[in-house]
Design a protein around this ligand. Structure first.
Ligand SMILES: [Zn+2]
Length: 549
């Protein structure tokens, strides 16, 4: 019997980070012929013809013809696969349920009535330290936990006192075929219009709040004032990013720091498709190639090709990743793949990746916190960045090229999908499949809620008793859901968060749920646990019918 593996993901034919990862790994697992693979594609429209090109079983998540769009829209978690999860499980009967997304996208899989039937393999993004306690509680109940970086793995181990079943880092891979160094950097840069002998410091970061564009521009302004004359006269900053977007007012920052004449940006022509570095020339400008007024800064939603990215990265002599935190920070690896030496803030994924790439970490000057998550966030030492830039740009160019060559070798060693797929293969091969009689064909477990609740309980004992006897789910008595119920009873209020039986108040981050606070009593606990019991009974009956069909 082949191992049956279900990946819940965004959809392998899309261009999002999770989608690309899923596609690259599934493709390689599929090629081994060892597994039965399926994908629940959260953004995979039922009418999208690309779903038929996927060589493994594909379950689309959004509502199709005849499906109830109102039910789908009523709960935020449905977008992440919650409403199709049990049905998909019954159809596919996975030995392994596998998810590589953020906590709030996968945590519903813990409460599924079918949870006892599958090995639950997670790879959450860990971008800050510490992680939310609620997230740690969820990961404790997974059967195996990988991470995007060794740094993330270490945070999970430390914060759970080693109790999370951590395995290893399984990072995404770079497209090392498209992202290659050019043979002659100097003539390449001149062909793109840069002056002879110019030096370029660059970055590829979305224009969003956590990317430190103001600090980067301020540090660059300092560099232009204080670096030795032979460097500051010919050094440029290259920002491969977008404006307007969801982050910084870049033109205002260029003006404030007086660096507009030394900052290049990528323009992509929407008419002829040509891309080239240019001074900032408004959000819409005349294309250098076809002369139409159709050149824009590359927006992530426009799906700019990796050839455009390779072109931009190859202009750079030094790459800088400058953010308060990163879950991974793929462009660092992509820069290294093009043979560009990397500098990155010495915190979160960056701390791990920059060392593996033989780059130089930039010291953290201090940490700060934001409301909403417990994470520390880093502010780098801008003066250290300036001195590292002076050091690297002062090197004779053959030395920088040698550093770039080592960076590319490191990518080939650590960041390829062949390597990453083997890491997953190792995990799946080590899982001992359980007989169907103990899982999908096991006797139906129905429970009748016991509403004769003994008197005189403390809130804690009340919840513990009800989880076992009303819901019939004693295994959930020590989990976050129960702890959260006790807390809300003690406080007398609850935050409905994403609604329904989802007790994740911190998870509003990233999904913009409204934070409605409601009165909360023991009657609410009983009502919610009856609903949980009903859900289990419903799906257990479905499982029985399914077996007979
Ligand atoms: Zn054009």
């Amino acid at each position: 019997m082949k191992q049956r593996i279900l990946l819940v993901n965004e959809s392998s034919y899309l261009a999002t980070g999770f989608s690309v990862y899923g596609h690259e790994v599934l493709k390689r697992l599929h090629a081994t012929g060892k597994y039965e693979l399926a994908e629940l594609g959260c953004y995979g429209d039922v009418n999208d013809p690309r779903r038929w090109d996927v060589p493994w079983t594909f379950f689309p998540n959004p509502p199709g013809p005849g499906e109830d769009a109102t039910t789908y829209g009523a709960n935020k978690l449905n977008e992440f696969g919650a409403w199709k999860f049990e049905r998909t499980c019954l159809d596919f009967r996975p030995d392994v349920v596998w998810d590589i997304r953020d906590w709030w996208m996968c945590e519903f899989q813990e409460r599924s009535p079918f949870r006892p039937f599958y090995h639950w393999a997670l790879m959450p993004t860990v971008d800050g330290d510490p992680q939310d306690d609620q997230w740690i509680a969820t990961y404790l109940n997974a059967d195996s936990v990988h991470a995007y970086t060794d740094w993330g793995l270490e945070v999970l181990r430390r914060q759970s006192n080693g109790r999370i079943k951590t395995y290893q880092a399984a990072p995404p891979g770079a497209d090392v075929d498209v992202l290659q160094p050019v043979p002659n950097k100097e003539s390449y840069k001149q062909a793109l219009g840069l002056p002879p002998g110019s030096l370029v410091v660059g970055t590829v970061m979305r224009n969003q709040a956590r990317k430190l564009y103001p600090d980067l521009l301020e540090a660059f302004a300092t560099f232009l004032r204080e670096a030795p004359e032979h460097l500051r006269n010919r050094t440029y900053l290259y920002l491969h990013t977008c404006y307007p977007d969801i982050g910084w007012n870049l033109p205002a920052l260029l003006k404030e720091f007086g660096v507009g004449h030394r900052v290049l940006m990528t323009y992509v022509c929407q008419h002829c498709g040509q891309s080239y570095p240019s001074w900032y020339a408004d959000a819409l400008s005349n294309c250098r190639n076809c002369k139409q007024n159709t050149a824009v800064l590359p927006h992530p939603s426009k799906g700019v090709g990796r050839d455009v990215l390779a072109k931009a990265l190859n202009v750079m002599d030094v790459y800088v990743q400058y953010a308060v935190c990163e879950g991974f920070g793929m462009p660092q690896v992509e820069a290294a793949s093009c043979g560009v030496p990397v500098l990155a803030v010495d915190y979160s994924a960056m701390a791990d990746v920059v060392r593996k790439l033989h780059g130089a970490p930039i010291r953290v000057q201090r940490y700060f916190r934001e409301t909403g998550t417990p994470r520390r966030l880093a502010l780098p030492d801008n003066d250290h960045l300036v001195s590292e830039l002076v050091r690297l740009l002062s090197l004779p160019s053959p030395m920088r090229l040698t550093m770039g060559w080592r960076a590319r070798q490191a990518v080939l060693e650590h960041y390829t999908y062949d390597r990453t797929a083997r890491i997953w293969e190792e995990l799946f091969d080590a899982i001992v499949p359980r007989p169907a009689a103990a899982t999908w064909e096991s006797p139906t477990r129905l429970h009748r809620p016991d509403l004769n609740i003994p008197q005189g309980f403390s809130n804690e004992d009340f919840v513990r008793w009800c989880v076992a006897h009303v819901a019939g789910r004693p295994e959930l008595a020590d989990g976050y859901m129960s702890l959260r119920m006790v807390r809300d009873l003690n406080w007398g209020v609850t935050n409905t968060g994403m609604g329904g039986l989802v007790f994740n108040d911190a998870s509003a981050i990233g999904v913009g749920s409204d934070k409605e606070v409601k009165k909360y009593t023991r009657e609410d606990v009983v009502r919610q646990l009856v609903t949980l019991c009903d859900m289990q009974n419903h799906w257990e009956k479905e499982r029985k019918n399914h077996g007979q069909a």
